[in-house]
Design a binder for this molecule. Sequence first.
Ligand SMILES: [Zn+2]
Length: 307
Amino acid sequence: MPELPEVTVIVNQLDRKLKGLVLESIEYDWPKKFDWAAGPERPLARRGNKWTLDLKGAKIVGVERRGKVVLIEVSKVSKVSKVSKDLTILIHLKLTGQLIYQDAKSRITGGHPIPPLNLPVPNKTTRATFTFTNQGHLYFNDVRKFGWVKIVESGKLKVENYLKELGPDALEIGLDEFKERLQKRGQARIKKLLMDQAFISGVGNIYSDEALWRAKIHPRRSAISLQPLEVRRLYEGLQKSLKLAIAKGGSSASAFVDSGGERGLYLSYAKAYHMTGRPCQRCKTKIIREKIDGRSAHFCPNCQKLR
Ligand SMILES: [Zn+2]
């Protein structure tokens, strides 16, 4: 699943590209995961298995990230259309979501590398197509269909359920607040806690493994068992892993694809995640994988001892 760094990279690219563009419509074929929550007016037409939202004249103000969610801010739709509110389009890529923007001159891609991000679009994994007046399109592809799109009134963003439940951003939280929140969740196992979006937002399986490796902490440790020095190392390890990934991912538009399709560039410098059987970069002990709370944890059994 794309985590904070991957979402940041695509969001930054989309922000530069989409800002100022004017929408025509959004077409989608998966109404179960496409929620128009922006009030009673629903500028919608259905043709067969395709629904079309008429958003003619709506201008893109910017693209942001909250946790792992992409937020596309849209300014008031002009009089030609039926909607007259500022809107925010929330997109969660979940396990296999991709965002691909394409116009005559450029292509921006991000998200899960399967199917390959360089396939022609739209294709059979395309769930939603945003059409702009410059003839450009933004495609939301999702082979497993876990991802979702929700359109809300920007004024009601604060009460939007999904966002309301997000903890502080993993990149923005300070050490003191991190400590405090850890103490409140004493018995929780640290690996699971790091991935809990209500605890801090943006971290998943990859960067929890990476941060714990850097901090030399066993993924099964409870929050309360961490010594002050370990908490600091964990905080710093997390910041370092996230920032490094953003820096690497930002270097190329197709940063997350490789020829095998499975291991993106963001894993080529991973220390623990998906490194099972490879030597730990500190002590050469082989990295192992264990199921913990239903998720795979990758760690060094020598550097990250369960005490
Ligand atoms: Zn080691």
